[in-house]
Design a binder for this molecule. Structure first.
Ligand code: ZN
Length: 570
């Protein structure tokens, strides 16, 4: 495929795709594919269809990025809506072609040329969809948006102003304990006040997902949830054994870290509202403004490796980063790619916290991988499934450790201590979210009260030190209502923990043999999405997280590093 000339991001031309022309082109390719007399002819048609997809996705991505940069720009708002409405038709076109692909009489030759992974993924795509579930899918979408709307509707009176949930975060980390407690009560108070509505949304989601699963011939939603996530080489049983490893190996470390935190804060008991505050002296913050952070990132990536130097120069010289918090900009951070130009794009909202540097290295990890795999023949092979994607980003956060002094100067140890201990503290919470969802979809008839009781009992197992004091709502098991993934993308959450376990392996390896660790990481990034999670793990010389003993193997390096730091003086 010829790559059009790369320009500055703002100069990349946008035109709305002609859906009728696209449909005709897809149909023509499909008919020729069916009538083809050789694998070579079919492969040429697959390349042709890739071009159609690349162009459509390029226009869609440009509209999405520009809309998120300025949500009030009327032109891209309209274009964004156009894609929301056109996507079902686009998916219909690609599905229709994919059916022919799977039925090809030259499948063996095609697999030899393109790899078998594309076929495994396409088969799952087909398995999780049938025209008979169209209405149920629409209902599921409606319910997940009503969760988002309810969260966004929060107007909480606090410290003399009406605030959103996100705006309560700084108060929840306040150094004054009474302020922290009040802010936490206000935050969870919003969920308690709307408990019946959150319960009803989730109850309906569980019911509609169970109905979809039954229509598609599944026993319950669990396996469908896995199939939707594109998991081709592990199952619920393996995930259950993995959670057990976290329970045995990581829970005791997490309990100990919370004890150290209580000691640092000079508290007898750490209550739930104390957890967000790490140090009485405040968290580490980058010692400069966003331009200064980017300038240091440029220096860091120039020194880190020739590959990161080339990558980051490409990003900055074409303005492929938009990281300043600005009015009219959408919230959050993400990384995406613009396929026709083989160009990654990074979006963030810096707010002068430690998070700015973490977001930058995290999203740069995603972008670096996409840049390394940009020449993949199939678009489907640029990114892997989510648990593999997060290895690139979470590991990049650790590979950049030697340069963190550029951003944090004398607070570098504080930053690293928070980063590593945060990675470990996250694992028990991550598996709590996962085990809860397995329970929910295995018991679709359970009442909301039973669900909350199940959450609380799973939470007690993995987060035994968590103390909700006298907060009735949290003691009854309502904490999970704040976790949007549980509503929007079932079974996604475990992916972050699997990737974290892999990232910790890269970190430990980089301490003993940095060159080898980087070579393994680079190989993984170049592979992009051409294989399944466990095959990629193997390719990267990582231990399989599902194999007993994997998690135990990363523990010694972590505890050694954490024990060498005197956190009471940070
Ligand atoms: Zn990520």
């Amino acid at each position: 495929m010829n790559t059009p000339e790369m320009k500055q991001f703002t100069d990349l031309p946008y035109t709305r795709p002609d859906m009728e022309a696209l449909k005709t082109a897809f149909k023509k390719a499909e008919q020729q594919f069916e009538a083809a007399h050789s694998a070579a002819e079919q492969i040429a048609l697959i390349d042709e269809v890739q071009k159609l997809k690349s162009h459509y996705q390029t226009m869609q991505t440009l509209a999405e990025i520009r809309h998120s940069i300025d949500t009030r720009d009327g032109f891209y708002d309209t274009e964004n809506t156009f894609f929301d409405e056109s996507n079902p038709f686009y998916i219909e076109m690609t599905n229709s072609f994919n059916k022919k692909l799977l039925a090809s009489s030259f499948r063996k030759e095609l697999e030899k040329e393109l790899g078998s992974h594309i076929f495994a993924m396409t088969e799952l795509d087909m398995k999780v969809f049938s025209p008979s579930i169209m209405e149920d899918l629409a209902e599921e979408n409606k319910l997940t948006s009503s969760y988002d709307k309810l969260i966004a509707s929060a107007e909480i009176e606090f410290a003399g102003e009406k605030r959103t949930l996100a705006q309560l975060t700084p108060f929840m980390q306040d150094q004054d304990r009474a302020t922290r407690e009040k802010a936490a009560q206000a935050y969870y108070g919003f969920f308690a006040e709307n408990e019946a509505e959150f319960d009803s949304i989730y109850d309906n989601l569980v019911k509609v997902r169970t109905r979809i699963a039954k229509k598609l011939g599944y026993k319950n939603f669990v396996q469908l949830g896995y199939d939707r996530m594109g998991r081709t080489d592990y199952n619920a049983e393996m995930v259950a054994a993995y959670r057990n490893q976290i329970y045995r190996e990581i829970v005791p470390i997490a309990v100990n870290l919370r004890k150290r935190q209580a000691k640092r804060l000079g508290l007898e008991r750490l209550y739930y509202y104390d957890e967000p505050l790490e140090y009485t002296t405040g968290n580490a913050i980058p010692h400069g403004n966003p331009d200064w952070i980017l300038a240091n990132a440029k220096k860091m990536y120039a020194e880190l490796s020739p590959e990161t130097d080339e990558f980051f120069t490409f990003m900055t010289s074409h303005n492929l980063l938009d990281v300043l918090a600005k009015k009219r900009k959408a919230a959050g951070g993400y990384c995406t790619t613009i396929p026709d130009y083989k160009a990654p794009f990074i979006f963030a909202n810096f707010n002068n916290t430690q998070h700015d540097v973490e977001v930058m290295t995290h999203e740069a990890g995603h972008a670096f991988q996409a840049y390394q795999s940009r020449n993949a023949r199939l678009l489907e092979y640029v990114w892997p499934t989510y648990e593999a994607c997060e290895i690139h980003s979470m590991s990049m956060e650790f590979f950049t450790w030697p340069w963190m002094n550029l951003f944090f100067e004398e607070q570098t140890d504080k930053f690293r201590f928070t980063h590593l201990s945060g990675a470990l503290l996250f694992l028990p919470y991550g598996v709590t979210v996962d085990e809860f969802q397995h329970w929910v979809y295995e018991h679709p008839e359970a009442s909301p009260a039973e669900r909350k009781a199940a959450w609380r009992s799973i939470e007690k197992k993995y987060l035994p030190e968590r103390d909700y004091s006298d907060n009735d709502f949290l003691n009854r098991g309502g904490y999970w209502m704040r976790q949007g993934h549980i509503f929007s993308t079932p079974f996604y959450y475990i992916d972050y923990t699997l990737a974290q376990v892999c990232a910790l392996q890269f970190w430990a390896k980089s301490l003993s043999n940095r060159e080898m660790a980087w070579a393994d990481y680079l190989r993984l990034c170049k592979a992009g999405g051409r294989d399944s999670f466990l095959k990629l793990v193997e390719l990267a010389n990582l231990k399989n997280p599902f194999k007993d003993g994997c998690i135990a193997s990363v523990v010694p390096a972590c505890t050694k590093w954490l024990n060498n730091i005197n956190d009471t003086i940070l």
